[in-house]
Design a protein around this ligand. Structure first.
Ligand code: PMP
Length: 400
């Protein structure tokens, strides 16, 4: 039996693999603290759940329009105006089964054989895999902790070639928590202005989980620079900001031609996404964001605690995250050293050691294109965070 060579073009996401391994260990009776999670540990706010229940009772049970209900696309346009000062029409919006599908739609719409796609590292695991599936050639550009894990205009300029077709990044960033300021985005935007043929995917799924809100200018979108608007695709969704990962609702705001192309692709793969999730999303987007703000307040307290606890581990360095719910410390001090008989060669070895011996799960930076770091999620309650960090500390203490 021969399966398709398509499968060779990408790997299983490392993040989901770690979650699966910790579930398996737990099922075998071992108490694992899971700091590998990529989703809020909060429940979906009540008013959104109520809207979904009402939608069921009102029989919103039929196929939905491929790009999403018009009322939802209108609500998304209102959100973009209210939160981002951006004007879009419903024809520019396509709603999908999670932001992941939105990204896949866009990449499949834009990329052709050997088109180059620039991805600053560290990056979210699926960008490179989906791009390869879309037949693009991935060009990684390395950012460093010293630069706050942010790409500079000079690095961007140097990476662009006549074959560059697409650029993708997230701000706030998964896995680093880096948040680009308006000035930093403008620096990149000016480079793109000199290179008209390049599309830009701005993944803003962590928009609301932003700790810079208090004084750092809050969330900024690269779509604010009008001269780029005809080639920017904003990707966003309800997973993170509304604690709705399982509802599977993402969307793009894009030039009409790109939106139409995505609709065409989605029309063959999945059609319009779940009707009940869409009705609930209208309520989520049109309501005050108080539940989101409460959640972010709690993430901020946890972030401070994680940093305090990491400071107690002498050989781990970290950059303070300004957004999302991850911290991405450098752990290379441990490479080449031993824990008992086990040699820790790299971040993957360290993560597997921490999982199997200290019973705490994290994700190796390899998965995000940065092999000297690991990702620790603080989307878990304080008790688990403190216990998880205690286990990491104890686990690495015996490495020498
Ligand atoms: N982009 C980033 C940066 C993410 O971290 C995730 C989820 N982990 C997604 C997109 C996909 O989100 P969704 O649940 O809406 O598919």
């Amino acid at each position: 039996m021969q399966l398709s060579s398509n499968l060779l073009r990408f790997n299983e996401p490392e993040t989901l693999k770690m979650a699966k391994l910790s579930r398996e260990l737990r099922a075998s009776g071992i108490d694992v603290v899971d700091l590998s999670v990529g989703e809020p540990d909060f429940n979906t706010p009540e008013h959104i759940k109520e809207a979904a229940k009402k939608a069921i009772d009102e029989n919103w049970s039929h196929y939905t329009p491929v790009p999403g209900y018009l009322e939802l696309r209108e609500a998304i346009c209102r959100k973009l105006q209210r939160d981002n000062g951006l004007t879009y029409t419903p024809q520019q919006i396509v709603v999908s089964t999670g932001a992941k599908q939105s990204i896949a739609n866009v990449m499949l719409s834009i990329l052709d054989d050997d088109d180059e796609i620039i991805i600053p590292t560290p990056y979210w695991v699926s960008y490179s895999e989906i791009a390869r599936f879309g037949r693009g050639k991935v060009i990684f550009v390395h950012t460093t902790p010293e630069a706050g894990f942010k790409l500079t205009p000079e690095q961007l300029e140097a990476a662009i070639t006549p074959k560059t077709k697409l650029f993708i990044f997230s701000s706030p960033c998964n896995p680093t928590g880096a948040v680009y300021t308006k000035i930093e985005l403008e620096g990149l935007a000016k480079v793109f202005q000199r290179h008209p043929g390049i599309f830009i995917i701005s993944d803003e799924i962590y928009e609301y989980i932003n700790y810079a809100q208090d004084g750092g200018g809050g969330h900024q979108s690269i779509a604010q620079f009008d001269y780029l608007k005809d080639r920017i695709i904003i990707v966003n969704g309800l997973s993170k900001g509304f604690a709705m990962t399982g509802w599977r609702l993402g969307y793009i705001a894009a030039p009409v031609e790109v939106a139409k192309a995505c609709e065409k692709i989605q029309g063959q793969f999945t059609s319009g996404t779940n009707s009940i999730a869409q009705r609930a999303a209208i309520t989520a987007l049109d309501s005050p964001l108080s539940a989101t703000h409460e959640m972010v307040k709690e993430f901020k307290v946890r972030k401070q605690r994680v940093m305090e606890l990491l400071k107690e581990i002498p050989n781990i360095r970290y950059t303070e995250p300004d957004g999302a719910f991850y911290i991405f410390p450098e752990v290379k001090y441990y490479f080449g050293k031993k824990a008992g008989d086990e040699v820790i060669n790299n971040a993957s070895d360290l993560c597997m050691y921490l999982l199997n011996t200290a019973h705490v799960s994290t994700v190796s930076g390899d998965a995000f294109g940065e092999p000297s770091c690991i990702r620790i999620s603080f989307a878990n309650n304080m008790k688990n965070i403190e216990e998880g960090l205690r286990r990491i500390k104890k686990g690495v203490e015996v490495i020498s």
